[in-house]
Design a protein around this ligand. Sequence first.
Ligand code: SDX
Length: 427
Amino acid sequence: MSDKAILEYDGKRYEFPVIKDTENELAIDIKSLRSSTGMITIDPGFKNTGSCESEITFLDGEKGMLRYRGYAIEELAEKADFLEVAYLLIFGELPNKEQLETFHEDIKAESQVDEEMKKILDGFPKSAHPMGVLSSLTSALIAFNPTSVNISSEKDMYHAIVKILGKFPVLVAWTMRKKKGLPLDYGDDNLGYVENLHKMMFKKPSKEYKSNKIVIDALDKLLILHADHEQNCSTSAVRITGSSHAGLFVSLSAGISALWGPLHGGANQAVIEMLEAIKEDGGDTHKYMDKAKDKNDEFRLMGFGHRVYKNFDPRARIIKKAADEVLEDLGIVDPILDIAKSLEKVALEDEYFVERNLYPNVDFYSGIIYRALGIPREMFTVMFAMGRLPGWIAQWREMRLRHEPIGRPRQVYIGKTYRPFKPLEER
Ligand code: SDX
């Protein structure tokens, strides 16, 4: 197999190196394209363009495979917990017992959020969408933690990482309690990381917090499944923001904003809204399938399709199985789950969807579990952000430690050529 790609244009011949990655996938290195040919490429949505070399996550879209640092998502979801997976994504190896305990202790030591941050939270109306609140609060953290990360100091980088891992769950819980008109709650250092998040979200002022293992395990698994997904839209936002040497917290805030969109992380909320509309409509899944296929209709089947997966999203398989288990364990019957399953069956047999390799993605079933856990619909994407936090941190850290250049794409200009200024009286 050749290690060169040839471009012939206008009677000239150009050679570009071909890189084979650790999974034997090939890439044409066009770093010298413009300097040698005077030309650029164009690739809207970067469907064919790699933005970086990364060691963190591998997806095989054709095979429906997902690995974090070489470990299969199926194994991590079954055998690891969220904090172990966070450590793995960020530092590259699964922690031993001592490393995990130290990591958790260091995170707990940073879990206090400045009381003044509550004034920012108070400024939002109750009607504010939690994703907008979370993005603002995350960005505001910089005001109380002004020193930007000195990336040449491993200690400084580690301190920034445990700081955000300690404070982010508090902000997540605050966005929900604000929405529900509940007093803001602080964590309990005696609880596990995910258990503590759940306690801060759900503890009633007048009642003692009682942990439910089924609920905590389900939440832990969902957070693992959302923890990273290579160069998706929001991770790319985190990377390109950080590439200007903007700080970690503000880069994460950019990622939260990008994740909010209904084509990305906001889909989990949109899926439940769609399933409820179908339920209201008497369960007429075919009507919504027709809408999804109608080019004149903006409607898309939310929770279906994926930029990379042209097979089942492995996370969707795991979440679908977990949805059955959690609802059964909690003794919940949710008609929305049955509608989701019938919609999936119809879509997977429909020529339009089969032709386009449109399968359920991570967002199709996750909302059903969040509902069963008592999480309000507008908090679904906040939970996605909580899960994706370690992935964003890992990707930001890798980008900075590799001293990646500032992200600044080119363009194909299709506007007006030069024209002389026309004074007002002549227009
Ligand atoms: C996430 O990238 C990641 O890794 C993201 C993510 C992560 O973990 O970070 O996996 C999380 O964002 C999952 C995706 C959540 N979004 C949704 O469920 C929204 C619905 N899905 C789509 O809008 C769409 O499938 C995307 C945005 C996910 C992917 O869009 P692409 O890759 O740009 O594909 P496309 O728009 O070019 O679609 C190809 C064809 C088009 O039809 P034709 O022009 O070929 O006739 O498929 C059609 C599309 O119209 N199509 C759909 C569809 N998704 C694609 N038609 C109906 N319903 C859909 N859901």
